[in-house]
Design a protein around this ligand. Structure first.
Ligand code: AHR
Length: 553
């Protein structure tokens, strides 16, 4: 039986109806048969939603960089200095706050020095993922031409308005290389030999990179460390790194799923040198992929995975159930961290999340780890983003794995073909939460019941998150029920509604997805709401993600 943890260790090698304002103020409405209620509590703020929880991840893996992001300056495909223009145009719409690069597992095999300097002199190297590539894969997926390196990545981030988040190699490069990468990126114009090299490539001004990952999955592909061994490495890598006037935020490689031992062991070892050590850690990276659709039959990484396109209603609920455990992982690791850091100066950074299916649904056959996102993945993504929205004090950053041509991608591209996936549309809808004040919101909704391999199982009926931006309230809600629309009474305690609008992402077919040929099968639909008063009634369509935007009087 192989679990994902072992796998990565081994890799070293329809719109709702609306009524309004005619019921008694929530929560006093008592209609017979009306079972679903949402109550938003503006006087119970949870914290500001960090825009960075809407972050992205671009690993140098198969078609993510070469073909997805980078097409080259001389390509016929419209580009901005080699970067795919359509991707830049689409990303600008979703306000991406931060992008992580170059891995993933790739990061701990990468020498950043290979990816700088004159492009014709950059060495070709074997990509970490080369062995998983098919015989017909393009050469640059197996052998990294290093055409896309630090300069190009930082320019990409600038184009889309995001901050770069660089993940450093702890497994196979010494700490000095890490300091030098920071020096290359951040030392002032003309100050160091590396600043001169940067200038020679056309970038005299520092990149001012703020976020630095110290390794990736250091329990597996990032070095097979014990948490104690890794903590020693972390201290060494993160000590006395010059910031050049830029505050450096170091992100430690954290646990996957429920690996409490990793979190506990890491912090215990860090603290053997005293509490001050906590100051060097901005966040601990938690990874969680939803992959096991076996209904509890196996924990085998290969056998347990499901199909991205061919699935039934039970697979749908099982995927959501797997993804929903993100909330208990956030709460659990937060509790463990609180045992040693009661003031919680260190936050969680969920820098890899998403569903992971078996291969076979690639838009571009042969692209490793690429899968076809459907409406199910949109609902999954809305659900996950709402989990982050509900824990603003705990989650400082999150990065969906991965931006393009990979697992839970927002975009698919191949040569001159491009499309936005249903996941991409969810990010566009949810951008409205960024920087808002999260509000405690109570969902009282009957559970969904289904048959899980002969045993009764249940899943929640509706969930979501609310945030306030001045007098503008944003409520996002996921209805996971594949058949049942939920007529719901929504109340905002102590406030009344002046106007509103609704955006819905759904489809009559739960397998619906967008392709290069049919780009708009699943797209969000918006309309104005004729709404005023203390309470609004809204029917959430089955299998849907909804955003309600409401101006408070
Ligand atoms: O996102 C794909 C891979 O999943 C990453 O490289 C690794 O960190 C994780 O195991």
């Amino acid at each position: 039986m192989i679990r994902r943890r072992e796998f990565v260790q081994k890799s070293l090698m329809g719109a709702g109806a609306l009524l309004f304002g005619r019921r008694a103020p929530f929560p006093f409405a008592t209609d017979e048969g009306l079972e679903s209620r949402i109550e938003i509590l503006p006087n119970e703020p949870l914290g500001v939603i960090s825009p960075n929880v809407y972050g992205h991840f671009t690993e140098n893996l198969s078609g993510v960089v070469y073909d997805g992001l980078w097409v080259g300056e001389n390509s016929k495909i419209p580009n901005i200095n080699g970067i795919r223009k359509e991707l830049v145009d689409e990303m600008r719409k979703i306000k991406p706050p931060v992008v992580r690069f170059p891995g993933g597992c790739f990061a701990d095999s990468y020498d950043w020095k290979d990816g700088i300097g004159p492009t014709e002199k950059r060495p070709k190297r074997t990509n970490f993922w080369a062995e998983g590539e098919s015989a017909s894969a393009p050469p640059n997926h197996k052998y990294d031409p290093n055409r896309f390196g630090t300069n190009e990545f930082v320019q990409f981030c600038k184009l889309v308005g995001a901050e770069p988040y660089l993940a450093a190699n702890v497994r196979s490069l010494p700490a000095e290389d890490f300091y030098r990468w920071v020096e290359y990126c951040n030392s002032p114009a003309g100050s160091t030999a590396l600043a001169e090299m940067r200038a020679a490539s056309g970038y005299p001004e520092p990149f001012n990179v703020h976020y630095w990952g110290v390794g990736n999955e250091s329990w597996g592909c990032g070095g097979n460390f014990t948490p104690q061994e890794y903590a020693v490495e972390f201290r060494r890598y993160a000590t006395w790194v010059p910031g050049y006037g830029q505050e450096l935020s170091f992100i430690a490689s954290g646990p996957d799923d429920d690996n409490w031992n990793w979190t506990r062991g890491f912090f215990e070892e860090i603290l053997r040198k005293g509490n001050r050590q906590l100051r060097s850690i901005y966040g601990v990276a938690l990874h969680h992929y939803a992959w096991n659709l076996s209904r509890g039959a196996t924990k085998d990484w290969e056998k347990g995975k499901g199909d991205a396109l061919n699935f039934d209603a039970v697979d749908w609920y099982e995927l959501l159930r797997e993804g929903d455990s993100m909330e208990s992982f956030i709460n659990g690791h937060w509790q463990v961290m609180g045992e040693v850091d009661p003031e919680h100066s260190v936050k969680l950074v969920v820098d890899e999340w998403g569903p992971w299916y078996r291969s076979g649904s690639e838009a571009t056959p042969g692209d490793q780890l690429e899968q076809m996102p459907t409406l199910r993945d949109a609902v999954f993504s809305g659900m996950t983003l709402d989990i982050f929205n509900r824990h603003p004090e705990k989650v400082a950053m999150a990065n969906c794995a991965q931006l393009i041509n990979c697992l839970n991608s927002l975009y698919l591209a191949h040569e001159d073909k491009f499309c936005v996936t249903p996941v991409g549309h969810v990010f566009a809808m949810y951008a409205a939460h960024q920087g808002g004040q999260a509000l405690r919101t109570i969902f009282s909704v009957p559970n969904i019941r289904y048959d899980r391999g002969g045993k009764p199982a249940s899943f929640w009926g509706l969930k979501g998150a609310a945030s306030l931006h001045d007098r503008q309230l944003v409520l996002t809600v996921v209805n996971p029920d594949v058949k049942v629309a939920r007529e719901t009474e929504i109340g905002i305690r102590g406030a009344s509604i002046q106007s509103g609008s609704v955006t819905t992402l759904t489809h009559s077919d739960i397998h619906a997805h967008n392709t290069f040929e049919q780009r708009n099968v699943v797209t969000p639909q918006s309309k104005t709401l004729e709404v005023k008063g203390r309470v609004l009634m809204y029917t959430f369509p089955p299998a849907s993600v909804t955003k309600l935007s409401v101006a408070l009087a």
